[in-house]
Design a protein around this ligand. Structure first.
Ligand code: SF4
Length: 177
């Protein structure tokens, strides 16, 4: 049986969801015979592959780059999983929404900068006016809530997705629960 292609991606999030995913620890070895990790911050691939079976996406859509990325991921992925509250609801990144991007950039690069006070015009992606969850841009197949979802949640969800078994929602626990 050929292995499933698994990807993980990172939009506007704190990396805590990926850290919790890695907390699966040695149980990830059980999944190695079943999946290849083809794209992720934890592997070296630079380009999102053409055909991915399962993608776990951390973070909300906050910039033009995020929007482009989530649309590309959707177009090349069979099962798209929103992992964590930022991806599911907007959560922490969306706390900037009442202020608008100009005030946020000003606060970060002018008010709080002790040197070279200037708002970058290159490299930093252009911010969208509001931060939104990924389901407002693309179809999401599975939502895994939690900030972050616990390692047990990731493990149980991955086993269900990889084996085609049922995903027991009672298995979804939040960090520390
Ligand atoms: Fe970080 Fe929580 Fe957002 Fe995950 S859901 S990226 S842990 S803030």
């Amino acid at each position: 049986m050929s292995k499933l292609k698994l990807a993980t991606a990172w939009l506007d999030g704190c990396s805590g969801c990926h850290m919790s995913f890695l907390d699966i620890d040695e149980r990830i070895l059980e999944l190695i015979p079943l999946v290849d990790i083809v794209y992720s911050p934890i592997v070296d691939a630079k380009e999102y592959p053409d055909q991915v079976d399962i993608a776990l996406v951390e973070g909300a859509v906050a910039s033009e780059d995020d929007e482009k990325k989530i649309k590309k991921i959707r177009a090349h992925t069979k099962v798209l999983v929103a992992m964590g509250d930022c991806s599911v609801t907007g959560n922490v990144p969306s706390m900037r929404n009442p202020f608008g991007p100009e005030k946020i950039l000003d606060r970060a690069y002018i008010e709080n900068a002790s040197a070279q006070q200037q708002i970058p015009t290159q490299v930093v992606p252009k911010l969208l006016r509001v931060v939104r969850p990924i389901h407002e841009f693309v179809k999401v197949d599975v939502h895994l809530p939690g900030c972050p979802p616990s390692a047990d949640t990731f493990y149980k969800a991955l086993v269900a997705l990889v084996t085609g078994g049922p995903l027991d929602v009672s298995a979804i626990t939040r960090f520390g629960a």
